[in-house]
Design a protein around this ligand. Structure first.
Ligand code: ADP
Ligand code: ASP
Ligand code: MG
Length: 444
């Protein structure tokens, strides 16, 4: 019998009622044998995620501030779920040991990981499944890089012979024995690794929306669901801010040819989004010209002007060296005869800003050099764009109509995406206009 690995996000496990939905989903299919939970998320929009409260505890503990009030709120969340579900268990010993660990060594990753750890304990008990501590199977090197081979081996050893298990998401341990987390949203990555290790027939990622949507539902009201998307398209969209799936969650399943199905815990009957291999045969599927739109704020562009720079050997290399010498990678670098504009992450640039400018001035002696902050990047992604003429013209028309100034444009060599730079304050409107141009108008 095939195996399905199922990951449930924070909102899917935010309270006892959500736990009941999750249990019903798992119990309705015997193949759903391995379950990866997140920590309890928000129950309503102003609520605080358990993970955020845990980060706060670590911060308070690190500064010698009493964190018992914050920790008390966390205990209440779990105790509320346990009592409402009527499970015969207590987390009191766990709470005590976490509290004393945080007092003696307030490590951020350890603190944050306890959200998933405790939720895993509760869910395992509720389902009657074995609890497998992710610290025993998800292994990082001392620099914090995942050791995939060791991890897969450990997962297989641990899970072989277990008909069912709950493995908390988001964390593992380093070879030195310290708890280490993935970056935020990392339970998706754990699920993907487990799916790879057990050779799952499918990785189901259960969340609070009915699949991957054409764009962020907080920007466009009720956007269309993308029923089929390739790994490559998804990666482009995730990287650019479509946060529904952690971008690092793609590699482990993609390499093993395992499809991902994004599903809605609150509407399990909806088909959701199926993420399929890049060579999937779409010939019988109807789809829009574009697959999705995503945007991210927090970029700066370094604009350089120098007459005839394109004929100066080594110009670009010297500019890029100024970045790499200061530990900065770049996102995009369109250039003209006399101009070059490099888009970088503002937060990474900030501490070395003056050093980078000084080095560029020294090494290439530009006529003009400036940094523009407050840039947002917008990705318009779609496998069909390659064979459809006029896509870029339509994007420009949509933005021009709204008087949105395009600061940068870059079309990837794969022609899978077009990246546009706009002012941060224009981002949401730009997304709405492009959505109208490609989705609403093609629908009619
Ligand atoms: P989980 O807690 O289940 O991991 P996340 O909050 O990480 O869920 O991801 C789901 C959320 O991602 C949705 O509630 C939605 O607000 C947001 N989101 C942003 N872009 C998209 C998109 N293109 N499609 C679907 N959801 C998106
Ligand atoms: N709980 C973690 C976070 O809030 C990980 C996750 O939800 O995937 O980022
Ligand atoms: Mg998530």
């Amino acid at each position: 019998m095939g195996v399905k690995v199922v990951k449930f996000g924070g909102s899917s496990l935010a309270d006892a009622n959500q736990f009941k939905k999750v249990a019903a989903i798992i119990k309705s299919d015997d193949k759903r044998r391995y379950v990866v939970p997140s920590a309890p998320g928000k129950r309503f929009s102003e609520d605080i995620k358990v993970t955020d409260m845990l980060y706060k505890c670590a911060e308070q503990a690190g500064s010698g501030i009493d964190f018992s009030e914050t920790f008390g709120m966390i205990k209440d969340r779990y105790n509320g779920i346990i009592s409402e579900l009527g499970i015969d268990m207590s987390l009191d010993d766990e709470f005590d040991s976490i509290e004393s660990e945080l007092k003696s060594r307030p490590a951020k990753d350890f603190a944050a990981s306890r959200g998933e750890y405790l939720n895993g304990k509760v869910l395992a008990s509720y389902l009657g499944f074995e609890f497998v501590d992710a610290a025993d199977v998800i292994i990082f090197d001392t620099k914090g890089m995942l050791l995939l081979e060791e991890t897969v081996k450990a997962v297989r050893e641990k899970l072989s012979g277990l008909p069912n298990a709950v493995i908390p998401g988001f964390y593992g341990r380093t070879t030195e024995g310290y708890v280490k987390t993935f970056s935020r949203g990392g339970s998706d990555v754990t699920g993907s690794i487990i799916a790879n290790a057990v050779k799952a027939e499918i990785y189901e990622n259960w969340t609070d929306v009915s699949g991957f949507l054409v764009t962020d539902p907080r920007i466009v009201e009720d956007p269309d669901v993308i029923s089929l998307i390739t790994y490559r398209e998804l990666r482009e969209l995730s990287y650019m801010g479509a946060t529904v799936l952690h971008e690092e969650a793609i590699f482990p399943v993609r390499s093993a040819g395992i499809p991902i199905n994004i599903k809605n815990t609150n509407k399990p009957e909806d088909k959701g989004t199926m993420i399929v291999s890049d060579d999937y045969d779409f010939s019988t599927e109807a789809s829009y010209t574009i697959t999705g739109i995503a945007g991210r704020k927090g970029f700066s562009t370094i604009n350089i002007e120098k007459a005839m720079m394109n004929s100066e050997t080594g110009f670009g290399m010297k500019v890029l060296k100024a970045l790499s010498d200061n530990g900065i990678s770049f996102e995009h670098m369109p250039s003209g005869i006399d101009t070059m504009s490099i888009t970088v992450d503002s937060a990474k640039l900030e501490p070395v800003r003056e050093k980078v400018l000084a080095q560029i001035r020294r090494d290439v002696n530009p006529d003009h050099l400036e940094i523009e902050d407050g840039i947002a990047l917008l990705a318009i992604v779609g496998r069909r764009m390659k064979n459809t003429r006029g896509t870029v013209a339509r994007i420009f028309a949509a933005l021009a109509h709204a008087r949105i100034n395009v600061k940068m444009i870059d079309q990837g060599s794969s022609e899978l995406n077009v990246i546009i730079g706009v002012s941060e304050h224009d981002l949401n409107e730009a997304i709405r206009r492009i959505y109208d141009m490609f989705i609403n108008s093609e629908k009619q």
